[in-house]
Design a binder for this molecule. Structure first.
Ligand SMILES: Cc1cc2nc3c(=O)[nH]c(=O)nc-3n(C[C@H](O)[C@H](O)[C@H](O)COP(=O)(O)OP(=O)(O)OC[C@H]3O[C@@H](n4cnc5c(N)ncnc54)[C@H](O)[C@@H]3O)c2cc1C
Length: 392
């Protein structure tokens, strides 16, 4: 069999098969708008100010950027996005994208919402994973203290036990409903605490297969080693590993903190080094697939192609459930739809939550899609190619 060609993702008919002409045109204008970095900067300040002043702007956001990047305000509202993705053989990962909460009541509510996504996934092939962030259910300052191995006060120790209890409740339900759960990776100065939780949950719950997945950020220079150690630990203690491999979302913040606090930057010396470790991690996981299951969380065409080719070379069936590809809703549909079309397991993070609460997420998507970072150029040219093909 011929290796998959480099143009694997260029079929725009498949890539946009889920979009009507009207939807395609709406995406075109939206990406064109956010391609302008000045407009995005002004829009960010205006939106934040409007929210602070209580000016109702939800209606303007809901029909535009929210519709592009989010599934709805509630789990129920995501049903149509899930159905549309499912039609193309793509799964939904319901991602409750409310951030920055700090009270115990909020942590309980977010934990409850994650449990609700797991219940919604039960018996549904089109919701193959659920996900949560530890900062959604734990105080950031507490995670920093645990990470630094500082002594906790009695009150803090009780709060930490509540965090462990919430994480355990989520992972236990994941086992019960048989839906694997991703634990997202976050800032390096709380990641050891998150890894500690993730390793403990993998050991407890991944006894027959990978149900709990930790996330490995390959933009860090120490994470390939961490992946090897994490796997070694699983071999020694006899459990299965689940890993979501990503490059990492907080690069500027990481480097800025390292510089201001004068410690070694945890980020790789170059993008090439990051890409090299990402591919090495894919190869390692494919090689050790007797014990490791992975999700390749990336919008990088080369990385996705590399994994598809590795699977092909190793005669791994595209629908082997130990291998998944995932992208974010509203982005890189050419990768998701074309991989699914070839029979690979693909899912998309479908963020949801009250409009006001998901605005930080939307601002990040807009910032990452400005022409400066280059993503939009690719999205726009693909949409233009498809518009031309449809004669629009
Ligand atoms: C399904 C899914 C789940 C995700 N989960 C998480 C998560 O749990 N935690 C998290 O942090 N992120 C997560 N992400 C975000 C992910 O990290 C970003 O989408 C990713 O960084 C963008 O990289 P890319 O693989 O799409 O490829 P590219 O667009 O090729 O790479 C861009 C990335 O490369 C890295 N990079 C760029 N320049 C340099 C440089 N000079 N040196 C070193 N590295 C560099 C940065 O990470 C940058 O974001 C997730 C993404 C997806 C699709």
């Amino acid at each position: 069999m011929e290796p998959f060609p480099t143009q694997l993702f260029e079929n725009t008919e498949v890539a946009f098969s889920g979009k009507s002409n009207k939807e395609l045109t709406r995406s075109y204008y939206l990406f064109k708008l956010i391609a302008n970095p000045t407009l995005v900067k002004v829009g960010k300040v205006a939106t934040e100010t409007a929210i602070r002043l209580g000016i109702p702007i939800g209606w303007a956001i809901k029909g535009t950027i929210f519709k592009q990047f989010c599934g709805g305000e509630t789990i129920a509202e995501c049903a149509s996005a899930t159905a549309a993705l499912s039609k193309a053989g793509i799964g939904t990962i319901l991602d409750y994208s409310v951030e920055g909460k700090e009270s115990e009541a909020d942590f309980d509510a977010t934990c409850e919402e994650t449990l609700a996504t797991l219940r919604a996934s039960q018996g549904k092939a089109d919701i193959p994973f659920c996900v949560f962030k530890v900062t959604g259910i734990a105080r950031f300052a507490l995670l920093e203290k645990v990470n630094a191995q500082q002594a906790l006060t009695t009150e803090e120790e009780a709060a930490w036990q509540r965090v462990i209890h919430r994480v355990d409740a989520i992972c236990a339900l994941a086992v019960q409903v048989d839906t694997p759960i991703f634990i997202d990776a976050e800032d390096s100065w709380i990641q050891d605490a998150i890894d500690q939780l993730a390793d403990a949950m993998m050991e407890k719950y991944n006894t027959r297969k990978a149900i709990v997945y930790n996330t490995i950020q390959l933009y860090r220079h120490d994470r390939l080693d961490f992946l090897h150690q994490s796997h070694q630990r699983a071999v020694e203690r006899n459990y299965f590993c689940g890993f979501k491999l990503v490059r990492g979302a907080y690069m500027e913040k990481e480097s800025a903190r390292a510089q201001s606090m004068q410690y070694r930057d945890p980020i790789q010396p170059s993008k090439a080094a990051c890409d090299q470790d990402f591919d090495a991690a894919l190869l390692y996981c494919v090689t050790h697939r007797d014990r490791i299951s992975i999700c390749c969380g990336s919008h990088n065409e080369n990385s996705n192609l590399y994994l598809a080719r590795l699977m092909q070379e190793n005669k791994i069936s595209p629908n082997d459930t130990r291998f998944y590809f995932a992208q974010l809703y509203g982005m890189s549909d050419h990768i998701s739809y074309n991989l699914a079309h070839l029979g690979f397991n693909v899912a998309k993070y479908v963020p949801y939550g009250p409009i006001k609460e998901v605005i930080p997420y939307l601002i990040r998507r807009a910032m990452e899609n400005t022409s400066v970072k280059g993503q939009t150029g690719r999205e726009l040219s693909l949409i233009l190619k498809e518009k031309a093909r449809r004669g629009l």
